[in-house]
Design a protein around this ligand. Structure first.
Ligand SMILES: [Mn+2]
Length: 356
């Protein structure tokens, strides 16, 4: 446990931090126009880190723009600068121009350039032409080799933790305070969302210490939490009621599932994107080992989302229907109607409790 903790705390003496971030800071120092981006289907960590860096770089007088591959989810539109984001469209000359004008591209919260969709080809072309430098800052495993400087540290709880380090190092280098309320709002959103509100395993003492500094900078935790998470509409709440009304529990509480029909979606006026949190209710029971949500699609197929605990590998089930994911979180779309899908997949899940 101690060695693991030491690993999570990382070696954070001033020297190490400085040498880690200096190559990034030198590129920022030399750049006039900066484009910052994050992965498709962006989340609080990617967007919050974008906010923090835009706010910091603007204070340094940089011409800085956000160019994202996909639209900003509703619950993150409260963040500063989100109304300035260009959602990249290859047909839009001004978007292309923005990339061509840049001398530095900073990619946040993914180490896979493919996750920037159409931005990828333009950025790599400009890099190869020698007119654009690329910095990547991320905390996932297995970084790709596409950046001039890659800071990818999987021990970090969030890209926001790394963005915090970068901001603090820039303050030293440029001898200018940068961590104001706007920067802190981005960083807090990043860290809060990627630690699932300060409870996932990488929530280190260090995370709490840096969060304290964000509060000192004026962040309002309740406002951010409400904006990100308390977004239910009356229809979504009604759908929760209908879905919870049909929960089935098997295998001595180890399997729990529910279904959502087209009729339920129509009655409540709720879209597919508002169904995701239903699984959390199933996982909210401590004995649930496998949770499944079956959603009837308009074309007669069935979307399945899985969550699990311990070694129950739900991605193995998802793979049989052309899907995939992680051991404890997976999904697929089965080419069968709702009831047929439920009876087949529930049986397959039950088999995991009866080893051959
Ligand atoms: Mn992240």
């Amino acid at each position: 446990m101690n060695s693991q903790l030491a690993h999570m705390e990382r070696d954070l003496d001033a020297q190490t931090l400085e040498s880690l971030w200096m190559p990034v800071i030198e590129l920022i120092d030399g750049a006039k126009r900066v484009v910052i981006s994050t992965h498709e289907n962006s989340d609080g960590d990617g967007l919050g880190s974008e906010v923090a860096l835009v706010a910091a770089l603007k204070q340094l007088g940089k011409d800085v723009h956000l160019v994202n591959p996909t639209v900003i989810p509703k619950n993150y539109q409260f963040l500063p600068f989100m109304n300035t984001v260009a959602v990249f469209d290859e047909q839009n000359e001004s978007h292309i121009q923005r990339l061509h004008d840049a001398d530095l591209f900073i990619l946040l919260d993914t180490n896979n350039i493919g996750r920037t969709r159409a931005i990828k080809n333009h950025v790599l072309e400009l890099r190869d032409a020698g007119t654009l430098k690329i910095v990547c800052i991320d905390h996932h495993l297995d970084p790709q080799d596409f950046a001039d400087v890659m800071v990818c540290i999987s021990a970090s709880a969030a890209t926001g933790e790394l963005a915090y380090e970068l901001v603090r190092e820039m303050e030293r280098y440029f001898e200018k305070p940068l961590l104001n309320k706007t920067v802190a709002t981005g960083l807090y959103t990043a860290v809060m969302t990627d630690t699932a509100s300060f409870k996932l395993p990488k929530t280190s003492p260090r995370i709490h210490r840096l969060t304290a500094e964000l509060l000192e900078a004026g962040v309002a935790p309740m406002e951010i939490y409400d904006s990100v998470y308390n977004t239910l509409t009356p229809g979504a709440l009604k759908l929760i009621g209908l879905a919870i009304g049909n929960i089935q529990i098997l295998e001595e509480n180890a399997i729990a599932y529910l279904s959502v029909t087209q009729a339920m979606l129509q009655e409540t006026g709720v879209g597919l994107s508002d169904t995701e949190r239903l699984l959390e209710y199933l996982m909210g029971m401590s004995k649930t080992m496998i949770a499944m949500m079956f959603i009837e699609l308009p074309d007669g197929k069935t979307k399945i989302s899985f969550r699990s605990r311990a070694d129950y590998a739900v991605n193995e089930i998802a793979k049989r229907y052309g899907g995939g994911g992680h051991r404890n979180a997976a999904g697929c779309t089965a080419p069968m109607p709702l009831n047929e899908t439920i009876s087949r997949v529930v049986k397959e899940a039950s088999e995991l409790f009866r080893p051959a």
